[in-house]
Design a protein around this ligand. Structure first.
Ligand code: SAH
Ligand code: SF4
Ligand code: F3S
Length: 466
C-alpha cells in the first residue's frame, strides 16, 4: 500500500465547491431551502469532522437541524472503537427506515470510522438498501461530489477505498460553539496498539503544516474563542513527518505566544513519547491549561507489552511524576482497559495499584472489545465475561472514591473559570483542568473568565459562587 500522504490541492477543493454551487442551484430550482441533520458518535476527532460536514452542507444551501425527522439529508458520522459503539449505530440506522418512509426523498449517508471497515461497507451494501452513500474519513473532502452524485444519479455511492490518508486545508466548518474550538493538528495513527482499530480506519500519521494551524488558531482567538483543544490520536508525534524540525512542544509554545485571553489544551498524548520538554513547555506558559490526558491502558508491564504500547509501568510513572513535579496543580486523566486477553487477576491488581498511586481526577474505563483485523482479536482470552465485569466494577469503584476525594479538596479554593453556558437555572463554567462548576450568576457572564470559590462537590462536578 502507498503510505505517502496525499495533499488535496486548492483546485481539487475548488472542484468540490463547484459541486456545492450545483447542489444549491438544484434546490433553488425546487424553490425551497433543504434541511440536514448530522449525528456524531465517538471522539472529538469525529466532532471536528462533523463540523466540516456541516460546513459543506451549509455551503450547499442546507439549513442544519437537530433531528432526522423530515431532514433532506441525514449523515451518521460513526465510531468503530468498540463493538457497543457499532451496535448503537446499526440500531439507529435501522430506526431511519421509518423517517425515510415518512420522507421518501431523504438521503442517508454513513461516514466516519465504521465506513473504513470493509465488513461494514459490505453489510450496508447488502442489508441496508436505504442508505444512499458511504464514505470513509479519507473521502470526507469529497462529500459535495458524493452528495451531488446521490441527488442526480439515483444510484448509491460508496467511497471507501483503503488509502493512507490525505490532508485538505480550507474545508468550511460550522463550529458547535463560539467559545470553544477543536483544532486537528494531525490525522491518523502509526502506533498499532494491538487492540485498536484506529490505524486501520484513519490511516497513517500525518501532520498539518504549522502555518496552517497557527493561522486557524489566530482567527479563532480573534473571533472570540476562549478555549482551544488541539486534537490528534497521538499529539506527541506531531511534526515527525514534516521536515522543518518542529515538534509538538514547539507548536504548543508558538500557539501560546498568540496575543489574547484564551486557554490551550490538547489530546491525546501517548506516554511513549511524552517528553520532559513537553511538560516544561506546559509549565512555562500560563495559557496552556495544566491538564493532561495521558492514557495508561494497564498497570502491568507484561500487558502493556502485549498491547504494543512501547512503555512500561516504570516509564509511565516517571513521566507522570515529572509532570507533577513541574506542575503541582496538574489535573490528570487517563484511559484504561480491563480484561485485555490473558490479563490475570494479579495484573489487574497492578492497574488498581497504579490508579491509587497516581490519583487521577477522572478516568475513562473500558472493557476490552475485540475488533476484527486487530492482533488482539485473535489472542487467547480465557477470562469469562462475568469476571471482566467484576474487575470493571472494582476499577470504577476505586476511581470514584478517588475522584470524590479530589473534588472534595477543591472546596474553599478560588479558581479562574471560563463561563461557558447555562444548565437550567445555573450558569456552567470550566476550571483550567476542565472540571465542570455550576454557579448562580447573570447570563452576561457567559464568555468571560471569572474567579469562582468552590462551595460543594460530587464525583462528577463542583458548585461554586462568584
Ligand atoms: N489515541 C488514544 C486513544 C484513542 S481511543 C491513545 O492512544 O491514548 C480511546 C480509548 O479507547 C483508548 O485509549 C482505549 O482505552 C480505548 N480502546 C481502544 N480500543 C479498544 C478496544 N478494542 N476495547 C476496549 N477499549 C478500547
Ligand atoms: Fe489506537 Fe494506540 Fe493509536 Fe491510540 S495510539 S489511536 S490506542 S493505536
Ligand atoms: Fe471512534 Fe474513530 Fe474516534 S473509532 S474513538 S471516532 S478515531
Amino acid at each position: 500500500m502507498n503510505t505517502k500522504t496525499t495533499v488535496i490541492t486548492r483546485s481539487q477543493l475548488d472542484g468540490q465547491f463547484a459541486y456545492c454551487d450545483k447542489i444549491a442551484a438544484l434546490w433553488q430550482f425546487e424553490g425551497r431551502t433543504p434541511t440536514a441533520y448530522v449525528e456524531t458518535y465517538g471522539c472529538q476527532q469525529n466532532e471536528a469532522d462533523s463540523e466540516k460536514i456541516r460546513g459543506y452542507l451549509t455551503q450547499c444551501g442546507y439549513t442544519i437541524q437537530q433531528t432526522a425527522e423530515h431532514a433532506d439529508v441525514v449523515v451518521m458520522n460513526t465510531c468503530a472503537i468498540r463493538e457497543h459503539a457499532e451496535q448503537r449505530v446499526f440500531g439507529n440506522l435501522g430506526a431511519l427506515t421509518h423517517t425515510k418512509r415518512r420522507h421518501p426523498d431523504q438521503k442517508i449517508f454513513l461516514c466516519g470510522c465504521m465506513a473504513g471497515e470493509t465488513k461494514v461497507s459490505d453489510r450496508i451494501k447488502k442489508s441496508y438498501p436505504y442508505v444512499d452513500g458511504v464514505f470513509s474519513t479519507h473521502h470526507l473532502w469529497q462529500f459535495p461530489e458524493i452528495l451531488f452524485n446521490v441527488l442526480t444519479r439515483k444510484k448509491r455511492q460508496f467511497y471507501v477505498a483503503d488509502e493512507p490518508g490525505s490532508i485538505a486545508e480550507g474545508i468550511p466548518q460550522v463550529r458547535d460553539s463560539r467559545l470553544k474550538a477543536w483544532v486537528s493538528i494531525m490525522y491518523g495513527c502509526n502506533n498499532f496498539c494491538t487492540y485498536c482499530i484506529v490505524p486501520y480506519v484513519r490511516g497513517r500519521e500525518r501532520s498539518r503544516q504549522p502555518e496552517d494551524i497557527l493561522r486557524e488558531c489566530r482567527e479563532l482567538i480573534e473571533s472570540g474563542v476562549k478555549d482551544i483543544t488541539l486534537l490528534g490520536q497521538n499529539v506527541n508525534s506531531y511534526g515527525k513527518d514534516l521536515e522543518n524540525g518542529m515538534d509538538f512542544a514547539d507548536l504548543l509554545a508558538a500557539i501560546a505566544e498568540i496575543p489574547g485571553e484564551f486557554r490551550l489544551r490538547f489530546m491525546t498524548s501517548h506516554p511513549r513519547d511524552a517528553s520532559t520538554k513537553l511538560f516544561d513547555t506546559m509549565a512555562k506558559y500560563d495559557k496552556i491549561a495544566k491538564q493532561l490526558h495521558l492514557p495508561f491502558q494497564s498497570g502491568s508491564s507484561r500487558v502493556l507489552k502485549a498491547m504494543n504500547r512501547h512503555y512500561d509501568r516504570e516509564k509511565y510513572l516517571d513521566a507522570v511524576n515529572y509532570a507533577k513535579s513541574v506542575m503541582p496543580d496538574l489535573v490528570l486523566t487517563s484511559d484504561v482497559i480491563v480484561g485485555f486477553p490473558g490479563e490475570t487477576e494479579a495484573e489487574f491488581e497492578e492497574t488498581i495499584s497504579l490508579i491509587q498511586e497516581v490519583h487521577y481526577d477522572s478516568l475513562f474505563t473500558f472493557i476490552f472489545s475485540p475488533r476484527t483485523g486487530t492482533p488482539a482479536a485473535s489472542m487467547e482470552d480465557p477470562t469469562p465475561k462475568e469476571e471482566k465485569n467484576r474487575r470493571f466494577d472494582k476499577l470504577c469503584a476505586t476511581q470514584n472514591a478517588i475522584s470524590e476525594q479530589i473534588h472534595g479538596n477543591y472546596i474553599g479554593k478560588t479558581l479562574r473559570c471560563l463561563v461557558d453556558g447555562k444548565d437550567k437555572e445555573l450558569l456552567t463554567a470550566r476550571t483550567e483542568g476542565g472540571r465542570l462548576v455550576r454557579f448562580a450568576g447573570c447570563d452576561s457572564l457567559i464568555g468571560t473568565f471569572q474567579d469562582l470559590t468552590i462551595t460543594g462537590s460530587t464525583t462528577w462536578s463542583l458548585t461554586g459562587t462568584l
